[in-house]
Design a protein around this ligand. Structure first.
Ligand SMILES: Cc1cc2nc3c(=O)[nH]c(=O)nc-3n(C[C@H](O)[C@H](O)[C@H](O)COP(=O)(O)O)c2cc1C
Length: 313
């Protein structure tokens, strides 16, 4: 048997992550991370999970009348780690309630199942525990996922029902460049309309917003903003004329002038930034916080990989 291959094949079955808890006869709280959890029966409601025979908690689970399955949320990786490693007290500082039979129920989970421990079967080097669900709780939290030996989170599958089904997998729907371009255009549209209504050219907004973050020389700005030189120079000219930008101090011999936003320019940026942020909040509202962070992280990493990060310059 190719054990490594077998593990890899099992790892393709994406699971949630749970911490199964119980209370020992001496009152100690015990628990371990388990992804072998699954549903077993709907009526009566039953669940199952398996425990390795050499678990330090084996005897407690074998004798316990009750156990609880705590389905971890995406922000509980640390909980999963502490319940899968040797830690003096896995419950130290953890917010827990007392469930049926005094079994610890961990706060902040995506779901919890409180069970009567009804069957135990031998399954090779593991034992399969079956619990009758006495009580459960479901919370509106993104669950933590385990896949290919690592933690991950769910991503909604792109809708196939939409009119785009014929092109799924094709250039338009699967290739990153058109996806980025379409997302960029659709995302930016209402904001750019807002700029149009106020007769503010997009290029002026881009230059102003960049300078509101940092002062820089014209060449640094050209590098960050990637705008054709002629357009950049005419945009800078227009912004100077409107007294939106200035050079930071009188030129010193040999030192390149740094461009800065004037108070007037800053006021314009603040107003427009509020509109841009509202648009972002609107678009991202349906995505869980963690996915939003992951998405931005991916874009930043991609920019860095493509050599566009400021730090890599
Ligand atoms: C994501 C994940 C899933 C796991 N699933 C199981 C499982 O289903 N059953 C099991 O016995 N161990 C599982 N483990 C390993 C145990 O959590 C780990 O061996 C733990 O230290 C056991 O503690 P104990 O010996 O104190 O019971 C898993 C570990 C991780 C990180």
């Amino acid at each position: 048997m190719d054990t490594k291959g077998f593990r890899a094949a099992l790892g393709q079955f994406a699971t949630g992550v749970t911490v199964v808890t119980a209370k020992a006869e001496n009152g100690d709280r015990i628990g371990l991370t388990a992804n072998s959890f699954n549903s077993a029966s709907l009526d009566p409601p039953m669940v199952l999970w398996s425990l390795k025979n050499d678990s330090t908690n084996f005897d407690v689970f074998a004798e316990a009348s009750y156990f609880a399955v705590n389905v971890l949320a995406a922000d509980q990786v640390e909980v999963s780690q502490r319940f899968s490693r040797y830690v003096e007290d896995r419950f130290a500082g953890l917010d827990c309630a007392e469930g049926i039979g005094g079994v610890p129920v961990i706060a902040g989970c995506a779901a919890t199942f409180q069970c009567r421990n009804v069957h135990r079967y031998s399954g090779g080097d593991h034992a399969i525990f079956v619990g009758e669900v006495l009580d459960f709780e479901v919370n509106d939290r993104t669950p933590l996922v385990f896949h290919r030996g690592d933690y991950t989170v769910t991503m909604p599958r792109p809708a196939q029902e939409s009119g785009e089904s014929e092109i799924a997998g094709g250039y338009v729907d699967d290739f990153l460049l058109p996806l980025l371009a379409r997302a960029y255009r659709l995302f930016g549209l209402p904001f750019y309309e807002h700029l149009n209504e106020r007769k503010i050219p997009r290029d002026e907004w881009r230059v102003l917003a960049t300078l509101s973050d940092q002062s820089c020389t014209r060449d640094e700005l050209a590098w960050i903003i990637r705008m054709p030189e002629e357009i950049l120079d005419s945009t800078l000219g227009a912004l100077f004329d409107q007294e939106m930008i200035a050079e930071d101090e009188p030129r010193v011999e040999g030192r390149l002038a740094r461009l800065v936003c004037t108070p007037r320019g800053s006021r314009r940026v603040v107003k427009l930034l509020a509109v841009a942020k509202a648009r972002e909040a609107d678009v991202l509202a349906d995505f869980p916080e963690l996915e939003q962070q992951d998405f931005k992280h991916m874009l930043r990493s991609m920019i860095a990989r493509l050599g566009g990060s400021k730090r890599q310059r």
